[in-house]
Design a binder for this molecule. Structure first.
Ligand SMILES: [Fe+2]
Length: 140
């Protein structure tokens, strides 16, 4: 895969301090950029659906890994964090179904929604989880 920086550029400030989580986040960024690149260059529906599914599969696996980590560490904000994951999954799976049925098109605003959600979730919720796992106090 050729990483590109079209939609979301990975920044060090996104680091949670947990190597496996950070690499998964970086991979999600690459996959989202690939989806954006396919859309931007006018690829057909099948290609866009393939790229969307790649992103969704990686998001789902990543959420499961994070939730397993939170359970292992008895993370006190697990329910809240999981609810944020579930919110995105509902949104994207609903979109995926409609897109697969050609009821909706992929739009710039939907790509922006994915990016904004991912960035904000990493910056706030995942970095909070990282501080907890690493034993760094979090200001409430
Ligand atoms: Fe998360």
């Amino acid at each position: 895969m050729i990483p590109n920086v079209g939609l979301m550029r990975w920044l060090d400030l996104y680091s949670t301090g947990i190597e496996t989580i950070d690499r998964q986040h970086e991979n999600l960024t690459d996959l989202l950029n690939c989806l954006n690149e396919a859309w931007r260059t006018g690829k057909g529906h099948d290609v866009l659906l393939f790229r969307l599914d790649q992103f969704l599969d990686a998001v789902g696996a990543h959420f499961r890994d994070e939730e397993t980590l939170m359970q292992e560490k008895a993370y006190p904000d697990l329910d809240l964090h999981r609810a944020e994951h579930d919110f995105l999954l509902v949104q994207v799976l609903q979109f995926r179904t409609q897109f697969a049925n050609t009821e909706v098109e992929l739009t710039e605003s939907m790509l922006d929604f994915f990016r904004d959600w991912l960035r904000d979730h990493i910056l706030i919720s995942d970095r909070r989880l990282g501080r907890f796992v690493l034993g760094i106090p979090t200001p409430r």
